[in-house]
Design a protein around this ligand. Structure first.
Ligand code: FAD
Ligand code: SF4
Length: 470
Protein backbone atom coordinates (compact mmCIF):
# COMPACT_ATOMS: atom_id res chain seq x y z
CA UNK A 1 0.00 0.00 0.00
CA UNK A 2 1.40 3.41 -0.96
CA UNK A 3 2.07 5.65 2.00
CA UNK A 4 -0.15 8.64 1.45
CA UNK A 5 1.97 11.66 2.25
CA UNK A 6 3.10 14.16 -0.41
CA UNK A 7 5.50 15.73 2.10
CA UNK A 8 7.14 12.45 3.06
CA UNK A 9 10.56 14.05 2.59
CA UNK A 10 9.87 16.29 5.61
CA UNK A 11 9.13 13.34 7.87
CA UNK A 12 11.45 10.73 6.44
CA UNK A 13 15.11 11.55 5.87
CA UNK A 14 17.36 10.04 3.24
CA UNK A 15 18.47 6.68 4.56
CA UNK A 16 20.93 4.47 2.75
CA UNK A 17 20.98 0.73 3.38
CA UNK A 18 23.12 -0.30 6.34
CA UNK A 19 26.76 -1.12 5.71
CA UNK A 20 28.42 -4.24 7.07
CA UNK A 21 30.59 -3.74 10.16
CA UNK A 22 34.11 -2.50 9.60
CA UNK A 23 35.85 -5.68 10.72
CA UNK A 24 33.97 -7.62 8.05
CA UNK A 25 34.66 -4.92 5.47
CA UNK A 26 38.38 -4.94 6.19
CA UNK A 27 38.70 -8.69 5.86
CA UNK A 28 36.06 -9.92 3.42
CA UNK A 29 35.50 -9.12 -0.23
CA UNK A 30 31.67 -9.27 -0.38
CA UNK A 31 29.47 -6.22 -1.12
CA UNK A 32 29.44 -3.82 1.81
CA UNK A 33 25.78 -2.74 1.69
CA UNK A 34 22.99 -4.83 3.20
CA UNK A 35 19.99 -5.19 0.85
CA UNK A 36 17.11 -2.71 1.33
CA UNK A 37 13.95 -4.17 2.77
CA UNK A 38 10.52 -3.68 1.19
CA UNK A 39 9.41 -1.12 3.77
CA UNK A 40 12.59 0.94 3.51
CA UNK A 41 12.43 0.88 -0.29
CA UNK A 42 8.80 2.05 -0.26
CA UNK A 43 9.47 4.77 2.33
CA UNK A 44 12.53 6.08 0.57
CA UNK A 45 10.89 6.00 -2.89
CA UNK A 46 7.90 7.91 -1.58
CA UNK A 47 10.22 10.80 -0.70
CA UNK A 48 10.38 11.56 -4.46
CA UNK A 49 8.65 14.84 -5.33
CA UNK A 50 7.66 13.56 -8.80
CA UNK A 51 9.05 16.72 -10.37
CA UNK A 52 7.27 17.56 -13.63
CA UNK A 53 10.46 17.77 -15.68
CA UNK A 54 12.83 15.72 -13.56
CA UNK A 55 16.50 16.77 -13.48
CA UNK A 56 17.51 13.30 -12.29
CA UNK A 57 16.25 11.75 -15.54
CA UNK A 58 18.11 14.29 -17.62
CA UNK A 59 21.36 13.78 -15.66
CA UNK A 60 21.12 9.96 -15.82
CA UNK A 61 23.07 9.01 -18.97
CA UNK A 62 20.50 6.36 -20.01
CA UNK A 63 17.61 8.70 -19.06
CA UNK A 64 15.89 6.24 -16.75
CA UNK A 65 12.21 6.95 -15.95
CA UNK A 66 13.25 7.50 -12.34
CA UNK A 67 10.20 9.19 -10.72
CA UNK A 68 7.90 6.68 -12.47
CA UNK A 69 9.63 3.61 -11.09
CA UNK A 70 10.07 5.22 -7.67
CA UNK A 71 6.29 5.67 -7.57
CA UNK A 72 5.76 2.02 -8.50
CA UNK A 73 8.13 0.92 -5.72
CA UNK A 74 6.33 3.12 -3.20
CA UNK A 75 3.15 1.28 -4.24
CA UNK A 76 4.89 -2.09 -3.90
CA UNK A 77 4.54 -2.78 -7.63
CA UNK A 78 7.95 -4.33 -8.34
CA UNK A 79 7.01 -6.21 -11.49
CA UNK A 80 5.88 -3.07 -13.30
CA UNK A 81 8.89 -1.18 -11.96
CA UNK A 82 11.32 -3.76 -13.30
CA UNK A 83 9.72 -3.75 -16.76
CA UNK A 84 9.93 0.05 -16.84
CA UNK A 85 13.52 0.19 -15.65
CA UNK A 86 14.57 -2.27 -18.38
CA UNK A 87 13.09 -0.03 -21.07
CA UNK A 88 16.07 2.30 -20.69
CA UNK A 89 18.80 0.29 -18.97
CA UNK A 90 20.23 -3.14 -19.81
CA UNK A 91 21.97 -3.62 -16.43
CA UNK A 92 19.98 -1.64 -13.84
CA UNK A 93 21.15 -3.80 -10.92
CA UNK A 94 24.75 -3.00 -11.90
CA UNK A 95 24.23 0.75 -12.29
CA UNK A 96 22.40 0.84 -8.97
CA UNK A 97 25.59 -0.55 -7.41
CA UNK A 98 28.40 1.23 -9.25
CA UNK A 99 27.20 4.51 -10.78
CA UNK A 100 28.65 7.60 -9.09
CA UNK A 101 25.10 8.70 -8.20
CA UNK A 102 26.39 11.75 -6.32
CA UNK A 103 27.58 13.14 -9.67
CA UNK A 104 24.61 11.87 -11.72
CA UNK A 105 20.99 11.20 -10.80
CA UNK A 106 21.16 11.87 -7.06
CA UNK A 107 23.37 14.93 -7.54
CA UNK A 108 20.55 16.38 -9.69
CA UNK A 109 17.69 15.43 -7.33
CA UNK A 110 15.69 18.49 -6.25
CA UNK A 111 15.89 17.32 -2.64
CA UNK A 112 19.67 17.02 -2.76
CA UNK A 113 20.62 20.38 -1.28
CA UNK A 114 18.45 20.70 1.77
CA UNK A 115 16.78 17.40 2.51
CA UNK A 116 19.05 14.71 1.07
CA UNK A 117 18.54 13.18 -2.39
CA UNK A 118 16.21 10.25 -2.90
CA UNK A 119 18.21 7.00 -2.75
CA UNK A 120 17.81 6.41 -6.49
CA UNK A 121 20.76 4.06 -7.04
CA UNK A 122 19.88 1.71 -4.22
CA UNK A 123 16.25 1.63 -5.32
CA UNK A 124 17.28 0.73 -8.86
CA UNK A 125 19.33 -2.15 -7.48
CA UNK A 126 16.47 -3.17 -5.18
CA UNK A 127 13.96 -3.34 -8.05
CA UNK A 128 15.96 -5.77 -10.18
CA UNK A 129 17.34 -7.89 -7.34
CA UNK A 130 13.83 -8.27 -5.90
CA UNK A 131 12.23 -9.02 -9.25
CA UNK A 132 14.82 -11.71 -10.00
CA UNK A 133 14.25 -13.20 -6.54
CA UNK A 134 10.51 -13.29 -7.38
CA UNK A 135 11.32 -15.31 -10.52
CA UNK A 136 10.84 -12.46 -12.99
CA UNK A 137 12.43 -12.76 -16.43
CA UNK A 138 12.21 -10.42 -19.42
CA UNK A 139 9.15 -11.36 -21.47
CA UNK A 140 10.30 -12.19 -25.01
CA UNK A 141 7.03 -13.79 -26.16
CA UNK A 142 6.11 -10.86 -28.41
CA UNK A 143 9.48 -10.82 -30.23
CA UNK A 144 9.58 -12.16 -33.79
CA UNK A 145 13.09 -13.02 -34.89
CA UNK A 146 14.38 -11.57 -38.17
CA UNK A 147 17.01 -13.36 -40.28
CA UNK A 148 19.72 -10.87 -39.24
CA UNK A 149 22.62 -11.61 -36.92
CA UNK A 150 25.19 -9.27 -35.44
CA UNK A 151 28.61 -10.10 -33.97
CA UNK A 152 29.53 -8.22 -30.83
CA UNK A 153 33.17 -8.11 -29.80
CA UNK A 154 33.44 -7.49 -26.06
CA UNK A 155 31.01 -8.58 -23.33
CA UNK A 156 31.49 -5.40 -21.29
CA UNK A 157 28.61 -3.01 -20.56
CA UNK A 158 28.76 -1.52 -24.09
CA UNK A 159 28.54 -4.93 -25.79
CA UNK A 160 25.84 -6.14 -23.41
CA UNK A 161 23.79 -2.96 -23.91
CA UNK A 162 23.93 -3.51 -27.67
CA UNK A 163 23.08 -7.22 -27.39
CA UNK A 164 20.08 -6.53 -25.14
CA UNK A 165 18.49 -4.03 -27.53
CA UNK A 166 19.17 -6.22 -30.58
CA UNK A 167 17.64 -9.41 -29.17
CA UNK A 168 14.56 -7.53 -27.94
CA UNK A 169 14.09 -6.42 -31.56
CA UNK A 170 14.54 -9.82 -33.15
CA UNK A 171 18.17 -9.48 -34.26
CA UNK A 172 20.41 -12.34 -33.10
CA UNK A 173 23.53 -11.15 -31.21
CA UNK A 174 26.58 -13.40 -30.87
CA UNK A 175 28.98 -11.96 -28.28
CA UNK A 176 32.69 -12.82 -28.37
CA UNK A 177 34.92 -12.19 -25.34
CA UNK A 178 38.40 -13.35 -24.46
CA UNK A 179 37.46 -13.66 -20.77
CA UNK A 180 35.80 -16.71 -19.17
CA UNK A 181 32.81 -14.65 -17.91
CA UNK A 182 30.79 -11.73 -19.29
CA UNK A 183 30.98 -8.19 -17.85
CA UNK A 184 34.31 -6.78 -19.09
CA UNK A 185 35.60 -4.53 -16.32
CA UNK A 186 32.46 -5.27 -14.28
CA UNK A 187 33.89 -8.74 -13.73
CA UNK A 188 37.61 -8.35 -14.42
CA UNK A 189 38.31 -4.98 -12.82
CA UNK A 190 35.65 -3.76 -10.37
CA UNK A 191 36.10 -5.69 -7.09
CA UNK A 192 33.46 -7.75 -5.34
CA UNK A 193 32.94 -5.25 -2.51
CA UNK A 194 31.24 -2.98 -5.10
CA UNK A 195 29.75 -5.66 -7.33
CA UNK A 196 29.66 -9.33 -6.44
CA UNK A 197 30.50 -11.66 -9.31
CA UNK A 198 27.25 -13.61 -8.98
CA UNK A 199 25.44 -10.51 -10.30
CA UNK A 200 27.03 -10.98 -13.72
CA UNK A 201 26.64 -14.77 -13.67
CA UNK A 202 22.90 -14.29 -13.09
CA UNK A 203 22.79 -11.74 -15.92
CA UNK A 204 24.56 -14.14 -18.29
CA UNK A 205 21.89 -16.75 -17.57
CA UNK A 206 19.09 -14.21 -18.13
CA UNK A 207 20.64 -12.94 -21.37
CA UNK A 208 21.24 -16.49 -22.59
CA UNK A 209 17.57 -17.37 -21.91
CA UNK A 210 16.59 -14.30 -23.92
CA UNK A 211 18.50 -15.68 -26.92
CA UNK A 212 21.87 -13.91 -26.74
CA UNK A 213 24.72 -16.29 -27.59
CA UNK A 214 28.06 -15.91 -25.79
CA UNK A 215 31.35 -17.27 -27.11
CA UNK A 216 33.63 -16.81 -24.11
CA UNK A 217 37.36 -17.57 -23.90
CA UNK A 218 37.53 -16.42 -27.53
CA UNK A 219 39.88 -13.60 -28.46
CA UNK A 220 39.11 -12.03 -31.81
CA UNK A 221 42.33 -11.76 -33.79
CA UNK A 222 43.84 -14.81 -32.04
CA UNK A 223 41.22 -17.54 -31.60
CA UNK A 224 39.04 -16.37 -34.47
CA UNK A 225 39.95 -14.01 -37.33
CA UNK A 226 38.02 -10.75 -37.74
CA UNK A 227 37.80 -11.70 -41.44
CA UNK A 228 35.60 -14.70 -40.56
CA UNK A 229 33.38 -12.54 -38.39
CA UNK A 230 32.83 -9.70 -40.82
CA UNK A 231 32.06 -12.17 -43.61
CA UNK A 232 29.61 -14.23 -41.56
CA UNK A 233 27.56 -11.51 -39.84
CA UNK A 234 25.29 -8.73 -41.14
CA UNK A 235 27.01 -6.14 -38.92
CA UNK A 236 29.61 -5.99 -36.15
CA UNK A 237 29.64 -4.00 -32.90
CA UNK A 238 32.97 -3.31 -31.19
CA UNK A 239 32.88 -2.75 -27.43
CA UNK A 240 36.46 -3.64 -26.62
CA UNK A 241 37.28 -1.09 -23.93
CA UNK A 242 40.61 0.64 -23.27
CA UNK A 243 43.47 -1.47 -21.99
CA UNK A 244 46.71 0.54 -22.35
CA UNK A 245 47.84 1.55 -18.87
CA UNK A 246 48.89 5.20 -18.43
CA UNK A 247 52.36 5.65 -17.00
CA UNK A 248 53.69 8.43 -14.79
CA UNK A 249 56.79 8.84 -16.93
CA UNK A 250 59.09 9.23 -13.90
CA UNK A 251 62.15 7.19 -12.84
CA UNK A 252 61.70 3.94 -10.92
CA UNK A 253 58.38 2.84 -12.48
CA UNK A 254 59.93 -0.46 -13.54
CA UNK A 255 61.32 -1.38 -10.10
CA UNK A 256 60.15 -4.73 -8.68
CA UNK A 257 57.21 -4.01 -6.38
CA UNK A 258 55.59 -1.46 -8.72
CA UNK A 259 52.38 -2.75 -10.30
CA UNK A 260 49.81 -1.42 -12.74
CA UNK A 261 46.42 -1.21 -11.09
CA UNK A 262 44.39 -3.46 -13.38
CA UNK A 263 46.62 -6.58 -13.35
CA UNK A 264 46.64 -6.28 -9.54
CA UNK A 265 42.84 -6.08 -9.35
CA UNK A 266 42.36 -8.88 -11.89
CA UNK A 267 44.81 -11.16 -10.09
CA UNK A 268 42.76 -10.67 -6.92
CA UNK A 269 39.46 -11.40 -8.70
CA UNK A 270 40.93 -14.48 -10.40
CA UNK A 271 42.32 -15.71 -7.10
CA UNK A 272 38.97 -15.25 -5.32
CA UNK A 273 36.90 -16.87 -8.05
CA UNK A 274 38.96 -19.79 -9.29
CA UNK A 275 39.80 -18.16 -12.63
CA UNK A 276 43.57 -18.03 -12.02
CA UNK A 277 45.63 -20.02 -14.52
CA UNK A 278 48.56 -22.11 -13.31
CA UNK A 279 51.16 -19.61 -14.55
CA UNK A 280 49.39 -16.47 -13.23
CA UNK A 281 51.11 -14.62 -10.43
CA UNK A 282 48.82 -13.64 -7.57
CA UNK A 283 49.83 -10.16 -6.43
CA UNK A 284 49.37 -9.92 -2.67
CA UNK A 285 49.79 -6.83 -0.49
CA UNK A 286 49.72 -8.79 2.77
CA UNK A 287 51.99 -7.20 5.39
CA UNK A 288 53.20 -4.50 2.96
CA UNK A 289 53.23 -0.73 3.20
CA UNK A 290 51.29 0.13 0.05
CA UNK A 291 51.25 3.47 -1.75
CA UNK A 292 48.51 3.91 -4.35
CA UNK A 293 49.03 6.66 -6.93
CA UNK A 294 45.89 8.22 -8.46
CA UNK A 295 42.48 9.54 -7.39
CA UNK A 296 39.88 7.82 -9.57
CA UNK A 297 37.67 4.76 -9.14
CA UNK A 298 40.54 2.43 -10.03
CA UNK A 299 42.74 3.94 -7.31
CA UNK A 300 39.93 3.54 -4.74
CA UNK A 301 39.50 -0.10 -5.74
CA UNK A 302 43.26 -0.70 -5.32
CA UNK A 303 43.21 0.97 -1.90
CA UNK A 304 40.32 -1.08 -0.63
CA UNK A 305 41.56 -4.36 -2.12
CA UNK A 306 44.95 -3.82 -0.41
CA UNK A 307 43.18 -3.25 2.93
CA UNK A 308 41.29 -6.53 2.52
CA UNK A 309 44.49 -8.33 1.58
CA UNK A 310 45.84 -7.25 5.02
CA UNK A 311 48.38 -4.64 3.91
CA UNK A 312 50.33 -3.15 6.83
CA UNK A 313 49.25 0.33 5.68
CA UNK A 314 47.61 1.88 2.61
CA UNK A 315 48.36 5.47 1.59
CA UNK A 316 46.73 7.07 -1.44
CA UNK A 317 48.63 10.03 -2.93
CA UNK A 318 46.74 12.32 -5.32
CA UNK A 319 48.05 15.43 -7.03
CA UNK A 320 44.93 17.59 -6.67
CA UNK A 321 42.75 18.22 -3.62
CA UNK A 322 39.84 16.10 -2.43
CA UNK A 323 37.30 18.40 -4.08
CA UNK A 324 38.88 17.71 -7.48
CA UNK A 325 39.17 13.94 -7.21
CA UNK A 326 37.61 12.21 -10.22
CA UNK A 327 36.38 9.18 -8.27
CA UNK A 328 32.96 8.78 -6.67
CA UNK A 329 32.78 10.59 -3.31
CA UNK A 330 30.86 7.69 -1.82
CA UNK A 331 33.78 5.36 -2.57
CA UNK A 332 36.36 7.82 -1.19
CA UNK A 333 34.34 7.93 2.04
CA UNK A 334 34.15 4.12 2.11
CA UNK A 335 37.92 3.86 1.57
CA UNK A 336 38.59 6.29 4.39
CA UNK A 337 36.28 4.38 6.76
CA UNK A 338 38.13 1.17 5.95
CA UNK A 339 41.49 2.69 6.93
CA UNK A 340 43.02 4.23 3.80
CA UNK A 341 45.18 7.31 4.52
CA UNK A 342 44.81 10.07 1.92
CA UNK A 343 47.54 12.51 1.03
CA UNK A 344 46.16 15.23 -1.22
CA UNK A 345 48.16 17.72 -3.31
CA UNK A 346 51.06 15.27 -3.62
CA UNK A 347 52.54 14.55 -7.03
CA UNK A 348 54.90 11.58 -7.47
CA UNK A 349 58.19 12.43 -9.19
CA UNK A 350 60.17 9.23 -8.64
CA UNK A 351 59.86 5.73 -7.23
CA UNK A 352 62.99 5.09 -5.22
CA UNK A 353 64.70 1.88 -4.15
CA UNK A 354 67.78 -0.25 -4.51
CA UNK A 355 66.76 -3.25 -6.64
CA UNK A 356 63.18 -3.08 -5.31
CA UNK A 357 60.73 -0.41 -4.33
CA UNK A 358 61.49 1.38 -1.04
CA UNK A 359 59.49 4.57 -1.34
CA UNK A 360 57.81 7.19 -3.48
CA UNK A 361 59.29 10.65 -3.81
CA UNK A 362 56.46 13.18 -3.94
CA UNK A 363 56.29 16.96 -4.13
CA UNK A 364 53.48 19.09 -2.76
CA UNK A 365 51.24 20.94 -5.19
CA UNK A 366 48.81 23.83 -5.15
CA UNK A 367 46.06 24.31 -7.71
CA UNK A 368 46.70 26.88 -10.44
CA UNK A 369 44.79 28.02 -13.53
CA UNK A 370 42.21 25.70 -15.15
CA UNK A 371 43.37 23.50 -18.04
CA UNK A 372 41.50 22.97 -21.36
CA UNK A 373 38.98 20.73 -19.52
CA UNK A 374 38.32 23.38 -16.89
CA UNK A 375 40.15 21.44 -14.14
CA UNK A 376 42.69 23.46 -12.16
CA UNK A 377 46.25 22.39 -12.92
CA UNK A 378 48.38 21.24 -9.99
CA UNK A 379 51.54 23.36 -9.65
CA UNK A 380 54.60 22.12 -7.81
CA UNK A 381 55.70 23.94 -4.65
CA UNK A 382 59.50 24.36 -4.72
CA UNK A 383 61.50 22.53 -2.04
CA UNK A 384 58.54 20.37 -0.91
CA UNK A 385 60.01 16.94 -1.69
CA UNK A 386 59.36 14.07 0.72
CA UNK A 387 59.65 10.29 0.55
CA UNK A 388 56.68 8.09 1.39
CA UNK A 389 58.06 4.72 2.56
CA UNK A 390 56.62 1.81 0.55
CA UNK A 391 57.10 -1.91 -0.04
CA UNK A 392 54.69 -1.87 -2.99
CA UNK A 393 53.32 0.83 -5.29
CA UNK A 394 50.11 0.58 -7.32
CA UNK A 395 49.91 2.91 -10.30
CA UNK A 396 46.31 3.93 -11.12
CA UNK A 397 46.70 6.75 -13.65
CA UNK A 398 43.96 5.57 -16.00
CA UNK A 399 43.77 3.94 -19.40
CA UNK A 400 44.36 4.79 -23.03
CA UNK A 401 42.78 3.01 -26.00
CA UNK A 402 44.30 -0.24 -27.20
CA UNK A 403 43.34 -0.42 -30.89
CA UNK A 404 43.57 -3.89 -32.45
CA UNK A 405 46.17 -4.39 -35.20
CA UNK A 406 43.41 -5.40 -37.65
CA UNK A 407 41.50 -2.11 -37.44
CA UNK A 408 43.57 -0.52 -40.19
CA UNK A 409 43.10 -3.39 -42.64
CA UNK A 410 39.32 -3.05 -42.30
CA UNK A 411 39.30 0.76 -42.60
CA UNK A 412 38.27 1.39 -38.97
CA UNK A 413 39.63 4.91 -38.40
CA UNK A 414 41.08 6.24 -35.16
CA UNK A 415 41.20 9.81 -33.84
CA UNK A 416 44.35 11.56 -32.59
CA UNK A 417 44.19 9.87 -29.16
CA UNK A 418 43.67 6.43 -30.78
CA UNK A 419 39.97 6.20 -29.96
CA UNK A 420 37.73 4.63 -32.62
CA UNK A 421 35.80 7.28 -34.55
CA UNK A 422 32.07 6.49 -34.24
CA UNK A 423 29.88 9.49 -33.56
CA UNK A 424 26.40 9.51 -32.09
CA UNK A 425 25.27 12.11 -34.61
CA UNK A 426 26.02 10.05 -37.73
CA UNK A 427 23.21 8.88 -40.02
CA UNK A 428 23.57 5.45 -38.41
CA UNK A 429 24.39 6.07 -34.78
CA UNK A 430 27.88 4.93 -33.72
CA UNK A 431 28.83 3.65 -37.19
CA UNK A 432 32.59 3.62 -37.80
CA UNK A 433 34.36 4.45 -41.05
CA UNK A 434 33.67 0.83 -42.11
CA UNK A 435 29.93 0.90 -42.82
CA UNK A 436 29.35 -2.62 -41.48
CA UNK A 437 31.15 -1.93 -38.18
CA UNK A 438 29.77 0.03 -35.22
CA UNK A 439 31.52 0.85 -31.93
CA UNK A 440 30.83 2.32 -28.49
CA UNK A 441 31.87 2.53 -24.85
CA UNK A 442 35.35 3.31 -23.56
CA UNK A 443 37.09 2.61 -26.89
CA UNK A 444 35.08 5.45 -28.48
CA UNK A 445 34.66 8.00 -25.68
CA UNK A 446 37.80 7.19 -23.65
CA UNK A 447 37.68 5.51 -20.22
CA UNK A 448 34.50 6.62 -18.56
CA UNK A 449 31.60 4.94 -16.80
CA UNK A 450 29.57 1.77 -16.90
CA UNK A 451 26.36 3.67 -17.56
CA UNK A 452 27.77 5.70 -20.48
CA UNK A 453 29.08 2.48 -22.05
CA UNK A 454 25.62 0.90 -21.71
CA UNK A 455 24.05 3.98 -23.29
CA UNK A 456 26.40 3.92 -26.28
CA UNK A 457 25.91 0.18 -26.81
CA UNK A 458 22.14 0.64 -26.78
CA UNK A 459 22.32 3.60 -29.16
CA UNK A 460 24.66 1.70 -31.48
CA UNK A 461 22.14 -1.15 -31.60
CA UNK A 462 19.53 1.35 -32.81
CA UNK A 463 22.06 2.51 -35.43
CA UNK A 464 22.68 -1.08 -36.52
CA UNK A 465 18.94 -1.76 -36.85
CA UNK A 466 18.50 1.38 -38.97
CA UNK A 467 21.44 0.26 -41.13
CA UNK A 468 19.99 -3.26 -41.51
CA UNK A 469 16.53 -1.79 -42.07
CA UNK A 470 14.82 -4.03 -39.49
P1 FAD B 1 35.04 -3.02 -20.95
O1 FAD B 1 34.23 -3.10 -19.72
O2 FAD B 1 36.49 -2.82 -20.82
O3 FAD B 1 34.76 -4.35 -21.79
C1 FAD B 1 35.49 -4.65 -22.95
C2 FAD B 1 35.48 -6.14 -23.19
O4 FAD B 1 36.04 -6.40 -24.47
C3 FAD B 1 36.33 -6.92 -22.19
O5 FAD B 1 35.57 -7.96 -21.63
C4 FAD B 1 37.46 -7.48 -23.04
O6 FAD B 1 37.87 -8.76 -22.59
C5 FAD B 1 36.80 -7.58 -24.40
N1 FAD B 1 37.75 -7.59 -25.51
C6 FAD B 1 38.63 -6.63 -25.87
N2 FAD B 1 39.31 -7.01 -26.96
C7 FAD B 1 38.85 -8.23 -27.32
C8 FAD B 1 39.14 -9.13 -28.39
N3 FAD B 1 40.07 -8.86 -29.31
N4 FAD B 1 38.48 -10.31 -28.45
C9 FAD B 1 37.53 -10.62 -27.51
N5 FAD B 1 37.20 -9.81 -26.49
C10 FAD B 1 37.84 -8.61 -26.40
N6 FAD B 1 32.66 2.86 -13.85
C11 FAD B 1 31.59 3.16 -13.07
O7 FAD B 1 30.58 3.62 -13.61
N7 FAD B 1 31.62 2.95 -11.72
C12 FAD B 1 32.69 2.40 -11.10
O8 FAD B 1 32.67 2.23 -9.88
C13 FAD B 1 33.81 2.05 -11.88
N8 FAD B 1 34.89 1.47 -11.31
C14 FAD B 1 35.93 1.09 -12.10
C15 FAD B 1 36.98 0.42 -11.51
C16 FAD B 1 38.04 -0.01 -12.28
C17 FAD B 1 39.17 -0.74 -11.63
C18 FAD B 1 38.07 0.28 -13.67
C19 FAD B 1 39.24 -0.15 -14.50
C20 FAD B 1 37.02 0.94 -14.26
C21 FAD B 1 35.94 1.34 -13.49
N9 FAD B 1 34.83 1.98 -14.06
C22 FAD B 1 33.77 2.30 -13.28
C23 FAD B 1 34.78 2.24 -15.51
C24 FAD B 1 33.94 1.18 -16.25
O9 FAD B 1 34.23 -0.09 -15.75
C25 FAD B 1 34.19 1.25 -17.76
O10 FAD B 1 33.94 2.58 -18.20
C26 FAD B 1 33.26 0.30 -18.52
O11 FAD B 1 33.42 -1.03 -18.09
C27 FAD B 1 33.53 0.39 -20.03
O12 FAD B 1 32.74 -0.55 -20.70
P2 FAD B 1 33.14 -1.13 -22.12
O13 FAD B 1 32.08 -2.11 -22.47
O14 FAD B 1 33.40 0.00 -23.05
O15 FAD B 1 34.56 -1.86 -21.92
FE1 SF4 C 1 21.37 6.93 -11.40
FE2 SF4 C 1 23.08 5.42 -12.80
FE3 SF4 C 1 20.65 4.52 -12.27
FE4 SF4 C 1 20.95 6.51 -14.02
S1 SF4 C 1 21.69 4.42 -14.26
S2 SF4 C 1 19.40 6.38 -12.36
S3 SF4 C 1 22.70 7.62 -13.10
S4 SF4 C 1 22.23 4.95 -10.74
Amino acid sequence: QRLNNDFQFLDVGRREPAKKDLTTRRTEFGEIYEPMGQRQAAEQSHRCLECGNPYCEWKCPVHNYIPNWLKLVSEGNILEAVELSHQTNSLPEVCGRVCPQDRLCEGACTLNDEFGAVTIGNTEKYITDTAFAMGWKPDMSHVTMTDKKVAIIGAGPAGLGAADVLIRNGVKPVVFDRNPEIGGLLTFGIPEFKLEKTVMTRRREVFTDMGIEFRLNTEVGTDIAFEDIINEYDAVFLGMGTYTYMKGGFPGEDLPGVYDALPFLISNVNNNNGWAKADDDFISMEGKRVVVLGGGDTAMDCNRTSIRQQAASVTCAYRRDEENMPGSRKEVANAREEGVQFLFNRQPVEIVGDGKVEGVKVVSTELGEPDENGRRRPQIIEGSEEILPADAVLVAFGFKPSPAPWFEQYGIKLNDWQGVVAAEQQQYRFQTSNEKVFAGGDMVRGSDLVVTAIYEGRQAAEGIMDYLDV
